[in-house]
Design a protein around this ligand. Sequence first.
Ligand code: ANZ
Ligand code: ZN
Length: 834
Amino acid sequence: MTSASPETDVSRYDFRAIEERWLPEWRRTQPFRAAGPEDDRPTKYVLDMFPYPSGDLHMGHAEAYALGDVIARYWFQRGYNVMHPIGWDSFGLPAENAAITRGLDPRGWTEDNIAQQRASMERYACSFDWDRVLATHRPDYYRWNQWLFTRMHERGLAYRKHSNVNWCPKDQTVLANEQVVGGLCERCDTPVTKKKLNQWYFKVTDYADRLLDDLDGLQETWPSKVIAMQRNWIGRSAGADVTFRIEGRDEPVDIYTTRPDTLHGATFMVVAADSDLAAELAASADAGVRRDFEAYVESVRSSSDIDRLSTERPKTGVFLDMYAINPVNGERLPIWASDYVLADYGHGVIMAVPAHDQRDLDFARAMDLPVRAVLDCRDEEGQPLPDPAISGIATTGDGTLVNSGDLDGMAKEEAIAAITARLGADGLGRASTNYRLRDWLISRQRYWGTPIPIVHCESCGEVAVPDDQLPVELPPAEGLDLKPKGTSPLGAATEWVTTTCPTCEGPATRDTDTMDTFVDSSWYFLRFLSPGKTDGPFDPSEAARWAPIDQYVGGVTHAILHLLYARFFTKALHDMGMVDFEEPFSALLNQGMVQMDGSAMSKSRGNLVRLSEQLDEYGVDAIRLTMAFAGPPEDDIDWADVSPAGSAKFLARAWRLARDVDSQPGADASAGDAALRAVTHRTLHDCGTLVEGFRFNVVVARVMELVNATRKAIDSGPGAGDPAVREAAEAVAVLLSLFAPYCSEDMWSMLGHDNVARAGWPAVDESLLVEETVTAVVQIKGKVRDRLEVAPDIGEDALREAALASATVQRALDGAEIRTVIVRAPRLVNIVPK
Ligand code: ANZ
Ligand code: ZN
């Protein structure tokens, strides 16, 4: 780097000049390439979630990449062979909608944005391996989506079925359950409706137990909030199926319940209005009932599952004029159809126990149906809870059975076991498990996605496109109307759609749906490991060497879907023998959001902070440092509360240390100032632990202290020629390389070295890790009178004694008698005189 160093002869810190000096240098040297299998250093795979290329980078990206970079750069300094790649999640609605509104080809628009984001990332000094970039909209990537789809299809893990799906009338596309938020489309806030369609699914439910159980192994390294969200999403529920006979019908029905102990309290049955069973039962009823039922089903169609399950909502329904028989006591239970029972959970039909289930109770009260308590429930003081029939509040806890024949007096678990055994003996019941998790609906009726590699043949049916004919490339957008209209725009690409069957060579048509973009992001972390591979999605030996990912960094917005799908893919790949691990992300860090004045930044609110303007004004390093210094990484950052100007000032102060050092590289530090050396080595020692614990803001604070101590040593201590000053300045440069790459590179160069990012973590001299002291404040009646430097582990008695022995304190007490002394070791002593 000799070409760059002579120019460092400037006496002022000028971040623009420094950026201009080093960016071309790094472009040339590419310091962050991961090394191949010949390298025997230990590996670390650090991954930042890849962005959508929907515009230039914004403040949110700046935060995420600054924090991910601290971790990656730390492991580089620690001497690891680090994999830190980046790519683009470049298919999907944002790009397509933007392309439609601007009348552009999504391809060109996407590539332009990628080029812009890449340039911004380079300027931002992200430590990415630029030899590994990928973009999911390119055929050399999505070819492998199709290949993986085919492997899933072979195993029955990809299948097509006709079913009621969430439909966004505005975007004219299906939505996964996860993309429906509060009944609204996640993207455009339009109320979501249901539509019956033939759609492609991945069989995630086959993996429900493993997806749930394997969360146990992530307990220590994933945010507990994310684990809880995953658990809740999978929603495993243990209960029993119970078989009820229906009067006038040959076939009995099974219901699912988590409370078989309440079977004697069932007073009616409710079937999901939109289920096949409801339609079947209604069909045999008289014309009046049928008419009411059909009108009701129509009205139900537009409500979301969340609304339907809400306890707030008034209950509605239709009596089907039929009866079920309770298997334990032969009672006749009227059968109703309602929307508060979901068609696709359990069996889509329930026994209603209004005394002990709030929604059943609301329904019973609305329809004037009987309520019978079968549990004696008590409050904390042992007092009986009010009768639900009168209070309107169901008693949903545990209790002792009553009104339940010979089960009376039993506790919940005992009763569940007894009832289940009894029903089991008669073939009328069995233990059963249900999940909230549904199969993953992956087909979309949009252009900008991976074509589903299936052709439909009249004689052979669904035929997978053979591997050697992949990729099935998207036809050009030109001439196609991309606007959403309910069917895929690909249907209009007649030439593309018309094909021959790979099996019988007869005429066939291509499937015109494209894949959900979550498919693309479910395995991209493996593609980075062998991005140019042309005979498979990834190289299994590279996967064995690098994966699973040691540290994943990204937003909590992906806490459910993306992580769940990536986990599912990993398990499926494991079962195909392609990877030897079952969880993709060994550790996860969710960074907070960048806000302005207490709320999310948005164009409409006018509180948008532009990253490019911030970078121009304060420089890349100051912005990165501000992101790290703002607080714990999980917390939101309010840009109104932070000071990039303060960060810039601090960086100038650090930089001047290197300028002032007046000793030769390699000077023997052991001869240097002992006090400064102690601070340097303590800082290096602690900062390692702090980085590994994600306490980046504390690391920055510690570097600030080290800078201050070094400045003091130069100005009023042993002076700029002391080798301990050089040692300290070099430590500052290495530590700052995690946060402020430009400034630290310039410092490093002034100090006579090159490539600070690979300098290596300075060795810590343990003998210099002298015991630190902390400051104890001594108060008299709450007023500060003295400060004492004490050992951090000082005991209460010793601290009390030291405080009372202080001359300043004695003078202030002026012989007064002492009533009490409050001691909070090691920080505080408060003396209260009589
Ligand atoms: C009788 C009962 C009595 C129930 C009681 C609860 C309390 P989780 O825990 O979510 O699995 N249920 C079953 N299928 C349903 C469906 N398709 N739509 C709406 N609700 C359904 O909930 C299982 C409980 O939810 C089941 O247990 C059933 O009501 C109801 F004191 O059966 B229970
Ligand atoms: Zn055929």
